[in-house]
Design a protein around this ligand. Structure first.
Ligand code: GDP
Ligand code: ZN
Length: 350
């Protein structure tokens, strides 16, 4: 199979009603599933209505090695019991296809997933919960804020950074509208996130500043743009790829085979390599639910203190002997970041 010239590796860009557009180095190929795969999916789907979020294994290792308390055992237990095998093909999956002619083919094999953005849904009978993967192999989230108009809301940033930590996605912080303001407060805020280890870039779609850098950072990644309305997400996508709009309902220009309404997410190839997810992916990310017991871990600067508080089940909100609260008092942990944690913990911002 390896030397068979009709076999290509590609990525699923979109799909509806069993027909998938697969991006390959020979262009986009419209594919159906091989009967064998279809049957395997049908079987797995009916036999396994399991339905929990899959947590990547390497994440578990990291947690276990950084904390040695009962919490780590809980996480280990929960994670290992919740790993599920894909029961369906999803947008973002890498596949092997067999070309039938210049523009059509059969999907022969699905390659292992690195990550998946999933949500739980009731099945058609309404009785069972099933996991629906909305996007596979997403690996980067561009969190966009503006220097002004609207004013940057760092609580929003903290929430999305925590979601990225929870979902194992690399965040990239993009502060747009650099042409409108060079406020030193924003630079100070940006420096805080850099110290935490996050990449922060400044852009302007008006002057073009930072756009090349952003383009480079998207290469070879499957990325998703998120951010409050009006910060310039559409303008950035347009500056990166003129004419590209991220919609879920498009005429497939790649194959010219008519209207192709997707039910789930859709990916768009970038000219420099890499893919962008559309608004369905953005909604899936926004709905990501961080288990409360994982929230502390999702604030990276809290990790050294996990397991150090007097109470082993410390929520770090108001307990005595809390090492995180002490670190905030000692100005080792930034107070605004801590406030974001408390808001998320208490459900004010979740
Ligand atoms: P979205 O809601 O995040 O997709 O934001 P849009 O891309 O629709 O942009 C909102 C408004 O901000 C529009 O009027 C854009 O022209 C404007 N805008 C976007 N990027 C910039 C920028 O870098 N500088 C300035 N001055 N305006 C921008
Ligand atoms: Zn504590």
């Amino acid at each position: 199979m390896i030397n068979d010239p009709a076999i290509l590796t590609g990525m699923v860009l979109s799909g509806a009603h069993g027909i998938y557009d697969v991006h390959t180095n020979e262009g986009v190929v419209r594919c159906t599933l091989r009967g064998k795969l279809k049957r395997a999916f049908a079987q797995a789907y009916s036999a396994k209505p399991v339905t929990k979020f899959r947590q990547p294994q390497h994440r578990v290792n990291k947690v276990v090695s950084s904390i040695q308390d009962s919490r780590s055992q809980r996480i280990e237990k929960r994670d290992s019991s919740e790993i599920t095998l894909p029961t369906r093909l999803s947008i973002g999956d890498y596949v092997k296809i067999r070309k039938l002619d210049a523009s059509t083919g059969l999907i022969e094999e699905i390659l292992p997933r690195q990550s998946e953005l999933a949500r739980r849904d009731a099945d058609s009978s309404g009785h069972k919960l099933v996991q629906q993967t909305l996007l596979a192999n997403l690996d980067q989230v561009v969190i966009v804020l503006a220097t002004t108009q609207p004013e940057p809301h760092f609580g929003f940033l903290d929430r999305y950074l925590a979601i990225c930590e929870s979902a194992q996605l690399t965040p990239l912080v993009c502060i747009n509208k650099l042409d409108l303001s060079h406020h030193s407060r924003i630079e100070e805020e940006a420096a805080l996130y850099c110290r935490l280890g996050y990449k922060v870039i400044f852009t302007s779609t008006q002057t073009g500043e930072g756009i090349d850098q952003l383009h480079t950072l998207l290469e070879e990644h499957t990325s998703l743009f998120t951010g409050p309305s009006g910060v310039g997400k559409s303008s950035l996508v347009n500056a990166l790829e003129p004419g590209m709009t991220l919609r879920t309902d498009v005429v497939s220009s790649a194959t010219g085979k008519g209207r192709h309404t997707t039910t789930g997410s859709q990916l768009y190839p970038l000219s420099g390599g890499g893919w962008l997810a559309d608004s369905a992916g953005i909604r899936a990310l926004a709905a990501w639910d961080i288990p409360l017991e994982d929230l502390t871990w999702c604030f990276v600067e809290f990790r050294p203190y996990l397991g150090e508080c007097i109470y082993s089940d410390c929520s770090h909100v108001d307990e005595e002997g809390c090492m995180i609260i002490q670190a905030v008092g000692d100005q080792i942990i930034d107070e605004h970041r801590y406030r974001s944690y408390v808001r998320m913990y208490t459900g004010e911002e979740r």
